[in-house]
Each structure stands twice: as C-alpha cells, then as structure tokens.
Design a protein around this ligand. Structure first.
Ligand code: IPM
Ligand code: MG
Length: 367
C-alpha cells in the first residue's frame, strides 16, 4: 500500500491531548490494518510563537504543502491576546488556509441520537440532524483589501475591511456544495445578503447561473436564503437543510450556530480542501470545530472525538481509505451507545471517562 504523509499540528491548549488520541489510532491502524501512514509533527499557533516568535514558520508551511493531509488540533490562548495581529496564533490558521488555497471548508453538523438531550433545542427538532455547511474559506471580508486601522481627524481612527468576491471564487465553492448534495439529500441552500450587499447579490446570481448551466445537478433542489433568515431557520427548523453554501464570514457564524444545535461542539470535525493543482493534487487540512479550550487544557478531560472524526474525514477525502473512515464513524457511535462520555457531554447514568480512555475505547471497537 502506498505511503501517505500526514503532518500533525497539535497546537495549543487541549490540541496536544486530543492529537495524542489520533496518534494512538494511527499506530493501531498502521500495525493492525496495514495502513502506511507516515506522521510528522510540528509546532503551530502559540506553541510556535513561544519557540520561534511566529505562529507559523515557513518551514512548517512548506511541510504542510508537501504532505498528503494536515491535521490541526487547535490554536490560541489568553496569554497571546495582547500580541500584534500578525503574531497571534489565529494568523497561523489563516495563513495555512490562504497559502494552501483551502477555499472549501466542510463543516458537518450531526446530532448523534445518543446525545440528543445535550442540545438546548427540543429533541424532536434536532434528533438525527445531519447538515453540511460549506463555507468559502479564502475570500470575502477575511482577506479583502484594503484593510487596516487608520488615523482620521480629531484623534479618531477608522477600521476598514473589504468584502469582495469574484465569479470564480463563488463558482468553485458552489460546485463543491452541489457535488456533496448529490451524495446526500439533494438540497442546496445558498445564504447571502443580496438585499444589502453587492457582493451578496453577485453571490446569489452566480450560484443560480451555475445551477442553470450545469444540468447534471437538476435533481438537486436549490434555494436562496438571506443569511439572517438562515440563522433564524437553523434554530426554528434545522432539518429543512441539507447542504448550506455561504461566504467566509456568514459561514463562520452559521457553522457555530449549527454546531451548537447538536449540543456538543466537542463532537464536530471539519475539512478544508483546495482545488486540484497542475499535478492533480488536492491540499487539505482537517481540524475540529472547537477551539483550544485553555481552561481545561492539561487535565486529560477534553473530548477527543471531534479530532478523531476529523482524522476520519482525512481518511475519506484525502487518503482514499473510505472504509476505515466509515469504521471510525461507527466506532464513535458505538462508544456513545455504550454510554462512555467525556465531561463535556456527560449526563446522568452515563460513564464519565478521560480523553485517553475515550481514545482507547474507539480503538477497542476497531479491533
Ligand atoms: C473558525 C474560527 C476561525 C475563523 C478563527 C480562529 C480565526 O472561528 O475556524 O471558525 O474565524 O475562521
Ligand atoms: Mg469560527
């Protein structure tokens, strides 16, 4: 079986602990399932800043560009809050996204039926919820120019960011959404603010044009929704959605909202993918949706499942191990069914376990 190179970037806070569980899983898969996954581990975020005075060194960026997939734990912590923008841990993420051209961010929001009572919504609204948010990740207001903070008169200042999208940027992420919907429940909802923003109107028009011109997607139902309405519909009746495609900023917000519907941010993985380059290679990065949770770091109580599910997504979308990926998904459901819970998803009558117990339980299921 061909070698695959994985770059592990555990990062800050609970990142190293949850990545440890993926490392255990990788060595199990290499020995017991004959996978040939070669891992390389590097610093990112605050951990990189502490050593190198930058959240992402060029060397690590090149390694990321050279690997078959990047797995990232989490970045950030209160000790870095006062640093300049360019030195903050989050910059590492944004630079990796931009330099690896990871324009398509897939954020599934799945409500595992075993965890339905962890949601703040009524069980019937969220049970078996399965939504995929496709967030544009390298454009829009996150990266638009001009940007900055400038002095104006009277000692006042002005902050500037630019929300900008081109046809190409909209079309390529739209295609990702339609291709996913084809394999799912055949519905795409595009969310924008075409009522107030020109870039939103362009977004809507280009999504519609893509749909009209590509007949292979005619079995898919397309609807357009204003992003504020979409936020409301997500809590009113989330099961009306299948795939939601949206820009970078709305995607950031809507995906947090969707994640919380499931009641367990500690359960949700994500994938970020590039286009094919000249040699047919797609670059990719996988990370949990949750943050670095500095308050519980180092205690061995973090939930490793989002990290493990992110690794499962890497097996499916980048490494061509669909079957192993499905087995991991099943193992996660099985341990939840057995009643194992890290503290973040703990309920009466269930068995509280540590980060490493949870990781080991997944491996036991695969054995
Ligand atoms: C996310 C995060 C990031 C973002 C931050 C950490 C830069 O909120 O991945 O959703 O805003 O994109
Ligand atoms: Mg976010």
């Amino acid at each position: 079986m061909s070698k695959k190179n994985l770059l592990l970037l555990p990062g800050d806070g609970i990142g190293p602990e949850i990545m440890n569980e993926v490392k255990k899983l990788i060595s199990f898969l290499n020995t017991k399932k004959n996978l040939d996954l070669v891992i390389n581990e590097e610093l990112v975020g605050g951990a990189s800043y502490d050593k190198n005075k930058t959240p992402l060194t060029d060397d690590v960026l090149y390694k990321a560009q050279d690997s078959d997939a990047v797995l990232l734990g989490a970045v950030g912590g209160p000790q870095y809050d006062k640093l300049d923008f360019a030195k903050r841990p989050e910059r590492a993420l944004l630079r990796l996204r931009k330099e690896l051209r990871l324009f398509a961010n897939l954020r599934p929001a799945i409500c595992f039926s075993e965890l339905v009572s962890a949601s703040s919504l009524k069980p019937e609204i969220v049970s078996d919820l399965d939504i995929m948010i496709v967030r544009e990740l390298t454009g829009g207001i996150y990266f638009g120019e001009p940007r900055g903070i400038e002095p104006i008169q009277n000692g006042e200042r002005k902050g500037i960011n630019t929300h900008v999208y081109t046809t190409k940027e909209i079309v390529r992420v739209t295609k990702v959404a339609f291709d996913l919907a084809k394999k799912r429940n055949k519905k795409v909802t595009s969310a924008e603010k075409s009522n107030v923003m020109e870039a939103g109107l362009l977004w809507k028009e280009e999504v519609q044009k893509f749909y009209d011109e590509n007949k292979q997607y005619k079995d898919i139902e397309l609807s357009h929704m204003l992003a504020d309405n979409c936020a409301m519909q997500l809590v009113r009746n989330p099961k009306q959605f299948d795939v939601i495609v949206t820009d970078n900023l709305f995607g950031d917000m809507l995906s947090d909202e969707a994640a919380m519907l499931t009641g367990s941010l500690g359960m949700l993985p994500s994938a970020s993918l590039s286009e094919k380059d000249k040699n047919g290679r797609i670059r990719s990065m996988y990370e949990p949706c949750h943050g670095s949770a500095p308050d519980i770091a180092g205690k061995g109580i973090a939930n490793p499942l989002a990290m493990i599910l992110s690794f499962a997504m890497a097996l499916k979308y980048s490494l061509n191990f669909d079957e192993v990926s499905d087995e991991i998904d099943k193992a996660v459901r099985a341990v939840l069914k057995d009643g194992l819970r890290t503290p973040d998803i703990m309920e009466d009558g269930k068995k509280k376990v540590s980060t490493s117990d949870m990781g080991s339980a997944i491996i036991d299921k695969l054995n």
